[in-house]
Design a protein around this ligand. Sequence first.
Ligand SMILES: *Cc1c(COP(=O)(O)O)cnc(C)c1O
Length: 395
Amino acid sequence: MMQDFLPPRRLLLGPGPSLVHSRVLHAMATPLLGHLDPVFLGVMNDIQTLLRRTFATANRFTIAISGTGSAGMEAAVVNLVEPGDAVVVGINGVFGTRLATLVERCGGKAIRVEAPWGRIIEPEAIASALQRSGPVKAVAVVHAETSTGAWQPIEPVGRLCRDYNALLIVDTVTSLGGAPVEVDRWGIDACYSATQKCLSCPPGLAPFTLSDRALAAIKNRRTACQSWYLDMALVANYWAEQTRAYHHTAPISMLYALREGLRLVEEEGLAARYARHRLNSDALIAGLMALGFDPLPLPGQRLPMLSCVSLPPSIDDAAVRARLLETYGIEIGGGLGPLKGKVWRIGLMGESSTEANVLTLLNALEELGIRYGWVSAPGVALQAAARVYSGGTGS
Ligand SMILES: *Cc1c(COP(=O)(O)O)cnc(C)c1O
C-alpha cells in the first residue's frame, strides 16, 4: 500500500502557484453539485459578476475557461486568429514568444516586435510595426512578463489598436488581482488570466473576457475555430443564462475555489490589494539590493508581484535555492531560457504578498549569505526593508 501523501510546509514565493487561503481550500472540499444544477448556475453567475469587477469591464462575455493560463492564451489566439491573419506580437520574454508560436500554429503571420528581456515593448515600436505592415487583425502583448518582471503599459497600445482598427489581446495571467487591469478603459478586446498567481487559488482555471468587437470578429470568422474544446462560440452557450447547454463538464470544485478567491479579493478591495503588492515588493527590492542583487527591469517598469533580480557573481544559484527549500521550506523561481542561472524570480502574489514573508525571505538569505560568505554586513537587508515599511523610500 502506498502511504498517505502529506505535502511538506512550503512558503510559495516563486512565479506561481502562490499560497492559497484556507477559505479557498475549504470551498474546494465542499460537496459537488451537478454542472447544470440551478444552484451551481448561481455560482457561475457570481463568478462572472466578480470577474467583471476584477477585470474592470462590463463585457457580458466574462467567464472562467477550464484549463490553466495557457488555455486562456490559446483560447484568445485560436478564436481570433484565422489563417492568413497578421498579428503584431510584443516579445520580451517567454510568454510573448509563446503568443507568437500560437499565432503561427493558427496559420497567422506573427509580426514580431522585440525588446531585450527585462525591458518593456515601447509603444512607439508597436506604432511603427503597425505603420509598416498592411492590415493587422490584432496586437498581442503581455501585461506582466513573468519571465523578466517587466510591467508593460497597455493604455497606449490600446489607443494604437483603435487607430489601426486592430483587436487588442492582453495576457494578464500574473497581473490580475495584484495590479490594475482596466479592460474597458484600456480598450482590451481579449484578456485572459489564471487562478494561481495573484488570485491565490490552485491552478486550473483561466479567467477570460471578450469585448463586443472580439465577439463580432468571432461571429464573422471565415473558417471554423481549430479548437473544439476552446471554441468560445460553443462555450458561450454554457455560460450564457439564456442557453445553459452542456459543452463540457465544468470543473465544479475549481469554480468553488475561484468564487471564494474572488470574494477574498472583493473583501480586501482592489485598491488596497494593489497597494499591498506595491509596498511588499518595494520592501523586498530594497532588501535584495542591499544584498547586491540588481533588479532586471528599469525603475518604474518593475512588477509589484514578481521581482526579477540578477544574482551577484558570488552566489551559486542552484545551491542557494536548494538550501532555501530544504532549510526554510521557501520556494523561489530561477531564470528561464537565456536568464537561466543568472536571475531569480521572486513572487509576492496574492496571499504570498505579506510583510512577514518578505522579512522571512530576507532573513533566510542573510543567513545563507553568512554561511556561504556573500554577506559581510549581516542585517543590511532587514534594515533596508524595515525602512520601507516604516515609511522610508522604496524603489
Ligand atoms: C504563468 C503564465 C502563463 C501560463 O499560465 P499556466 O497557468 O502556467 O498555463 C502565461 N502567461 C504568463 C505571463 C504567465 O506568467
